[in-house]
Design a protein around this ligand. Structure first.
Ligand SMILES: [Zn+2]
Length: 430
């Protein structure tokens, strides 16, 4: 079984590759890539596909999705989430453990992996809970969960409020060489808030979540990462102050990485003037100055990954008063078009850097590079996506493959169509 994709613009930041060329896949693995790949003797007799000059990149890697299974399959299943992933060009997703029950056991991890394999669309890596039942008190059994397939640990959706528990989590995971992914929110400071605390929340009379709720915890966990030597990965960072501390921590050589979401580089708290719960997520949309800081941090290398925090919710969770509506938005299908439109076409970063933030850099954060993911180096799994930078997409119900439709980008027209996606050399989208 071999496939030769010709006439592509091959873009693989891990190899510093951005040139016209071909990709040769043999038995699900990259056999050759680049300007001379078509001349490889193994290309003889291969099925061929003319890419028509489109961009061929490694399949994207999302460090942060919520696929809701087990427990809330009405919002998303592992199968429908996988479909949304490949439609967005993602061939690898890392799934948060705040399912019902939470993924704090080998049984749940194995059940998730079984369902992901059955769906067979993308690679699925579970993230195990930091604490049993996400209760914030007793540590989960990291060693057995890692052996079962967990690639990181997080109580995402909730912070680990107890500093001693967080300290031990960073110590134990340091031995296992896996990251702790922190959802940074001081619950006492965020209280009952449901949007960013600032001039807009004050003018609307809405309860706010101050930037300090995130920043106080980022500060604490950087201190604990330094103290323990553990790898701290900071999820969905949203404020200028957090990014300033992360930049400084990295400059001092600490084992700290971070991700940002497309909605935090696309939107601000002004959107809440619509009182539409599609703009309600946690952390909330922040101020213009915070958005500018996110762009700056993406440009200067402070940010390691673009992650979606894909968080599906049904209409019944969202079509209620803003204070009681669920937090969260979907994001897999819109991530690349938003990255192209708002980061690349505006000149914040190059296309190659954008692809890097969706492939090689996130791969390194969770050590998925050790499995050959996030690159098209020969010998790697043939996970790739074909992107038409000029074709426009329209965000409507038909475009979204997720079971849920809680996107703040309804009606948006954006450049950057995912024409096709392949996992292990098999076409899974397009
Ligand atoms: Zn979170």
């Amino acid at each position: 079984m071999s496939l030769l994709v010709t006439n592509a613009r091959i873009l693989d930041p891990a190899q510093g590759l951005d040139s016209p060329g071909s990709l040769l896949v043999v038995d699900g693995t990259v056999a050759a890539v680049g300007p001379d790949a078509a001349k490889d003797p193994r290309a003889a007799g291969a099925e061929t596909l003319d890419a028509g000059g489109k961009v061929l990149a490694p399949g994207f890697i999302d460090l942060h999705v919520h696929f809701r299974e087990p427990g809330q399959g009405r919002k998303e299943t592992i199968e429908t989430g996988s479909k949304a992933a490949v439609a967005g060009g993602f061939t690898t997703v890392c799934a948060m453990p705040n399912t019902k029950p939470a993924n704090d056991s080998v049984a749940i991890t194995e059940m998730m992996l079984t369902r992901a394999n059955k769906a067979g669309l993308c690679r699925y890596f579970p993230i195990g809970a930091v604490t049993k039942g996400l209760a914030g008190e007793e540590l989960a059994d990291f060693g057995t969960l890692k052996d079962a397939g967990c690639v990181a640990f997080s109580d995402d959706g909730l912070p680990v409020m107890n500093s001693e528990v967080m300290r031990r989590a960073l110590e134990y995971t340091a031995w296992l060489k896996v990251p702790v992914v922190a959802h940074e929110e001081d619950k006492h400071l965020s209280g009952k808030g449901y949007m960013h605390e600032g001039a807009v929340s004050a003018s609307l009379g809405c309860l706010g979540i101050p930037s300090a709720a995130e920043e106080a915890m980022v500060a604490r966990d950087i201190v604990l990462a330094e103290h323990t030597g553990g790898h701290l990965h900071l999820a969905h960072i949203s404020t200028a102050g957090s990014l300033r501390m992360i930049r400084e921590a990295k400059a001092r050589g600490l084992n700290v990485t971070c991700e940002v979401t497309p909605h935090h580089f696309a939107l601000t708290d002004k959107e809440l003037r619509r009182f539409d719960s599609d703009y309600k997520m946690n952390p909330p949309l922040r101020s213009e100055a915070d958005l500018d800081a996110v762009l700056q941090a993406i440009a200067d290398g402070t940010v390691d990954a673009i992650a979606t925090d894909h968080a599906p919710h049904g209409w019944d969770d969202k079509e209620v008063e803003l204070p009681i509506a669920a937090f969260g938005v979907i994001g897999l299908e819109t991530a690349f078009p938003l990255t192209l439109a708002l980061l690349v076409n505006t000149g914040v970063i190059s296309l190659s850097k954008a692809i890097s933030l969706l492939t090689w850099e996130p791969a390194k954060v969770f050590h998925l590079d050790e499995q050959g993911l996030g690159t098209l180096k020969p010998g790697s799994p043939a996970d790739f996506t074909l992107l038409d930078l000029d074709a426009k997409i329209q965000v409507d119900r038909a475009f979204i493959q997720s079971k849920s439709y809680n996107t703040p980008f309804k009606g948006w027209e954006l450049p950057g169509k995912v024409v096709g996606t392949w996992m292990g050399g098999t076409r899974v989208w397009g």
